[in-house]
Design a protein around this ligand. Structure first.
Ligand code: 5GP
Length: 183
């Protein structure tokens, strides 16, 4: 058992169960990387990671894309507790203009879709050649707005997931797999 997982168990009765093991994550991320490489050949590509949850996914994904690309980040107001706050704010902005560039927004999870649709609108105003969304996880049953997620890793049920970048109250991001917290 991982030390991170042991620590969770010591904190209380919560148990984190593996939902998507490392090997499955690796395989899917490589598939998405190959797909992106096919789609963006010859185009100026910028991967924009949404902090902090997309960090681990992005780090693996960028190495699976065999194309020249650049990297940037945006920070959004954080997600409090286990349900969305509904209030979205940009806490960190891009370091370079995206005008004329092909942008892929890389997100850990699309839940209600509110965050991503808000972000897409902000990005489209900046004149990129294109904007696409890549999300490791999607919860289709929670969708409140339609978000065009062109690249999606896994569709999951309405459960609170952690690990592989995703947190609970700031922790558990460093679990190497995606798990579900059982209260
Ligand atoms: P949305 O705006 O689509 O409802 O929420 C998007 C954000 O909520 C994600 O970027 C993520 O930070 C957070 N979120 C949604 N569902 C989960 C979940 O199951 N686990 C964790 N750790 N964060 C989640």
């Amino acid at each position: 058992m991982h030390e991170v997982e042991r620590a969770v168990r010591r904190q209380g009765a919560d148990v984190v169960e593996v939902l998507i093991p490392e090997a499955q994550l690796r395989q899917r991320v490589e598939e998405i990387g190959r797909e992106i490489a096919r789609d963006y050949q010859g185009k100026p590509l910028v991967l924009v990671g949404v902090l902090k949850g997309a960090l681990v996914f992005l780090a693996d994904l960028m190495r699976a894309i065999d194309l020249p690309l650049t990297l940037d980040f945006v920070g959004l107001s954080s997600y409090v507790g286990t349900r969305t706050t509904g209030r979205i704010e940009l806490t960190a902005d891009l370091t370079r203009p995206i005008e004329g560039k092909h942008v892929i927004l890389v997100e850990d999870i699309v839940d209600t879709g509110l965050t991503m649709s808000w972000l897409l609108e902000r990005f489209r105003e900046r004149g990129p050649a294109s904007v696409a969304v890549c999300a490791l996880l999607v919860k289709p049953s929670r969708a409140r707005v339609e978000v065009p997620v062109r690249y999606r890793g896994f569709e999951i049920a309405d459960e609170f997931v952690v690990g592989y970048g995703l947190d609970r109250d700031g922790r558990l991001r460093n679990l190497p797999w995606v798990g579900v917290v059982k209260e």
